[in-house]
Design a protein around this ligand. Structure first.
Ligand SMILES: Cc1ncc(COP(=O)(O)O)c(C=O)c1O
Length: 338
């Protein structure tokens, strides 16, 4: 499934990102433990439709964000490697949330119950040709990221283009102290006890909301609880941006800052310019690591539940400003009347 900024980076040089996640990922109620898995029939379909020479790489996101923070299984990663080897297609991971994915593999996949997270991660990475990493997430640092690859050709090409955007590869865009923090975070973020606390705190918030029948994506994901805005605000049309409306209403009600992950986020079709209305119209309650207590989670849950009880009084929004790229960051809206 697409991720907003990754999709943009594919589209800027003229590419197209196509969805190859299993159908279950688009259904908030489906309880598949690995909703981030790849559907091989879809992949084969793209090869047949576009031709092998048009496929630059297969992008695999760990703990698929837009599906609700849903993991991919080791079995699926292994199969993908075999599938892509058959066609000599590169497999590039987005490992931004890979430690949380590894935790779910340990929790849910047979044979990994007692495997250290770091060993699970090493096996996951062994099936890829390279990865991108936004380290602000699983690495517990304030800033930074990297690209890594075991492929000499990609390495050479990346090293020469990074100079244009960031500076020389050895001292590029990040300060030395940030790289040191990142190196430490790479290890620290894989500790089992820390991940257990982290994922269970997210789950705690999800369970509080589910007990009050607030519609959320199930199973609860790794980094966030996602509210199904279409179910929460059924009186709104898609053009009234239910996800954005709910996100703004929560902020107005309780100063809890959430994020729309639906039609505003996906943007317009790069070819036709039409709005896309994806099956998932969600609001993401993303929880920073090591910041909040469970009492904060109760405050958040109570605020959302309070709003849910008077949901039919919430009017929709009209988009009054739309930037060219990644509109969800900077668009502006006006409240409509009910
Ligand atoms: C899988 C994934 N990749 C990339 C990003 C974005 O990274 P950055 O904030 O460094 O642009 C996110 C952010 O949520 C993400 O979940």
């Amino acid at each position: 499934m697409y991720f907003t900024t990754s999709k943009m980076h594919v589209e800027i040089p003229g590419g197209k990102m196509v969805d190859s996640v299993i159908d279950e990922a688009h259904n908030p109620e489906n309880l598949n433990p690995f909703k981030g898995n790849i559907d091989f029939e879809k992949l084969q379909g793209y090869i047949d439709e576009y031709g092998l020479d048009k496929i630059a790489f297969v992008n695999v996101e760990m703990n698929v964000n837009m599906a609700g923070g849903q993991p991919i299984s080791m079995e699926n990663l292994r199969k993908l490697r075999e599938f892509c080897d058959g066609y000599k297609i590169k497999v590039i991971y987005d490992i931004t949330r890979s430690s949380e994915n590894a935790y779910f593999i340990r929790e849910r996949e047979k044979g990994y119950e007692n495997t250290p997270i770091i060993d699970i991660l090493n096996e996951m990475m062994s099936y890829s040709d390279g990865c991108i990493h936004s380290s602000k997430k699983d690495c517990l640092v304030n800033i930074g990221g990297f690209i890594a690859t075991s492929d000499k050709e990609i390495y050479e090409a990346t090293r020469s283009s990074v100079v244009i955007y960031e500076g020389l590869h050895t001292y590029g865009g990040m300060a030395g102290r940030d790289m040191e923090a990142l190196a430490r975070g790479l290890r620290e973020g894989t500790q089992y006890e820390y991940l257990k606390y982290r994922i269970n705190q997210v789950r705690y918030l999800g369970e509080l909301l589910m007990q009050a029948n607030v519609p959320v994506v199930k199973p609860i994901g790794g980094h966030a609880v996602f509210i199904n805005a279409l179910e929460f605000l059924p009186h709104l049309q898609r053009e009234q941006w239910p996800g954005q409306t709910l996100s703004a209403a929560i902020y107005e009600h309780s100063a809890v800052r959430t994020m729309e992950r639906g039609a505003v986020s996906i943007g317009r079709d790069s070819q036709t310019g039409e709005n896309i209305f994806p099956p998932l119209e969600l609001v993401r309650l993303t929880i920073p690591r090591r910041v909040y207590t469970n009492t904060h989670m109760e405050y958040v849950a109570n605020s959302v539940i309070d709003l849910y009880e008077r949901r039919d009084t919430i009017p929709g929004l009209k988009m009054i400003y739309e930037p060219k790229h990644l509109r969800f960051f900077q668009a502006r809206f006006e409240q409509m009347t009910l």
